[in-house]
Design a protein around this ligand. Structure first.
Ligand SMILES: C[S@@+](CC[C@H](N)C(=O)[O-])C[C@H]1O[C@@H](n2cnc3c(N)ncnc32)[C@H](O)[C@@H]1O
Length: 223
């Protein structure tokens, strides 16, 4: 079969289009619910020693004003970076719901909690559009660097409202939509104003905003 010059050109253009389509979808998979190729590598990144400098986890948890005996849900708990601090702060009479959609993350935190003698954890392998938490059961929902992973946020926020107790609070920490030395790609980030608008539209009330994190916004909303 003889292929003419024009046909060569058409095939070449099609190959280029195919190349970009494959790349785009690989990027999408890479950055959708599983923003990692290997869980170990992702855990290492979340637990990186320099994170403490910019994440200030103990200070963040101080500002949550949680009490001994509270029930807290860490949605998108990851490696347990915040979960273990939350767990210690609320003590054995409290309860931490450890929520993630990745089995490997839940298993990692389970082992970590065992090693660290933390006995107030309740593990939930959630669905991307539902944390599977019991209704009216939680004093504080904590979501750090995970809000931007949630796709159907309007229906998800309605679920979160139902999950909170009457005086319950929702905490969002996530990356500003500008270039920062760490954090997800810009294309995945949700600007602070958009996040606030979505959460207020779901019927939450703004309670506080803190400005001490260099790369992230930090909000507390009440039900
Ligand atoms: C960037 S990590 C943040 C982990 C942790 N919050 C921290 O600050 O270190 C995002 C985590 O959210 C989880 N995740 C993604 N989409 C989710 C969803 N819809 N519901 C619950 N967890 C989700 C991922 O599996 C991952 O463990």
């Amino acid at each position: 079969m003889i292929i003419g010059r024009k046909n060569y050109l058409t095939i070449f253009v099609k190959l280029i289009v195919l190349f970009f389509a494959i790349n785009a979808s690989a990027e999408e998979i890479h950055h959708s619910h599983s923003p990692f190729k290997s869980i170990d590598e992702y855990i290492q990144r979340m637990e990186s020693p320099d994170r403490v400098e910019w994440q200030k986890p103990e200070k963040v948890v101080d500002y949550l004003a949680i009490k001994n005996g509270d029930t807290v849900a860490d949605i998108g708990a990851g490696s347990g970076y915040f979960t273990v601090i939350l767990s210690r702060r609320i003590g054995d009479s409290g309860k931490v719901y450890v929520v993630d959609i990745e089995k490997g993350m839940i298993e990692y935190i389970e082992k970590r909690a065992q090693k660290e003698g933390l006995n107030n954890m309740n593990y939930i392998l959630a669905k991307p559009d539902d944390p599977l938490l019991p209704k009216s059961s939680v004093d504080l929902i904590f979501i750090c660097d995970t809000y931007h992973h949630i796709e159907k946020r309007d229906s998800y926020l309605k679920i979160l409202k139902d999950v909170l107790k009457k005086d319950g609070r929702l905490v969002i920490v996530d990356f500003h939509a500008v270039n920062t030395p760490v954090g997800p790609p810009l294309s995945m980030r949700i600007p602070k104003e958009k996040t606030v608008k979505e959460i207020l539209s779901a019927g939450f009330k703004a309670e506080a905003e803190y400005f001490f994190l260099p790369y992230q916004y930090f909000f507390i909303f009440s039900k």
